[in-house]
Design a protein around this ligand. Structure first.
Ligand code: SAM
Length: 205
């Protein structure tokens, strides 16, 4: 039996070369830097960037971390990873073509996971939440983050093509409940006109 192919892989492959032309990358970088400053990253953390796309958050994470920090960036779209690799040449960063549901990482290997502009694209969010909980170290944190309101995100997806038209961002309270079912504890739940952030922590050691 052939494996089920996630149609989002081909969808994002097809738009990877145009993706960075649709945003003001300098302004986006500033917003990402400001948001990450509020997350309280430690300089030596290993941070997983899930659904890294063309690597804009990856670059911001590299700016936020110190020389011993590491960014592991994964995406289901091989072309997105190629574009990101061409843009980010930092020895602290590694890229993988991989699904959030099956991360190529050992248990308890990350201090932090950031899901930036990707959560609604996950088909089985409970399975992803369990996988994120598996790779988080004790006391680690996961952030599900968007820089626009839920209504805006859902309107964009509704007209973005067959593969993603039903990729609905649920109310933040539902996302927090999903992360809690995976054994994490929700700490921040924001869902307003400015954006969306759910932060949850794994149990300390
Ligand atoms: C809306 S884009 C955002 C990309 C990037 N985070 C950004 O903000 O520029 C969503 C990305 O998530 C990836 N993606 C979708 N489903 C995924 C999955 N199950 N596992 C890993 N990556 C996935 C897509 O290929 C795409 O690159």
């Amino acid at each position: 039996m052939s494996p089920v192919v996630n149609p989002r892989s081909a969808h994002f492959d097809a738009i990877a070369d145009q993706w960075d032309g649709w945003d003001d990358l300098v302004a986006l970088g500033k917003r990402l830097d400001a948001g990450l400053a509020g997350f309280g990253l430690g300089p030596g953390e290993t941070v997983l960037d899930v659904g890294c796309g063309t690597g804009n958050l990856t670059l911001a994470l590299a700016r936020a971390l110190g020389k011993d920090g590491r960014v592991v960036a994964v995406d289901i779209s091989p072309r997105m990873i190629e574009v990101a690799r061409a843009k980010v040449s930092d020895p602290r960063v590694t890229f993988h073509v991989a699904e959030a549901e099956r991360l190529p990482l050992p248990k308890a290997s990350c201090h932090r996971v950031v899901c930036f502009s990707v959560w609604p694209h996950f088909v089985d969010r409970d399975a992803v939440a369990r996988e994120l909980a598996r790779v988080l170290r004790p006391g680690g944190q996961v952030h599900v983050w968007h820089l626009a309101s839920r209504d805006t995100i859902n309107a964009i997806h509704a007209s973005a093509g067959e593969a993603v038209k039903d990729d609905i961002l649920a109310p933040a309270a539902d996302t927090a409940a999903c992360l809690e079912r995976a054994g994490l504890r929700a700490a921040t739940v924001i869902d307003d006109a400015e954006g969306y952030l759910v932060t949850a922590r794994s149990r300390p050691a």
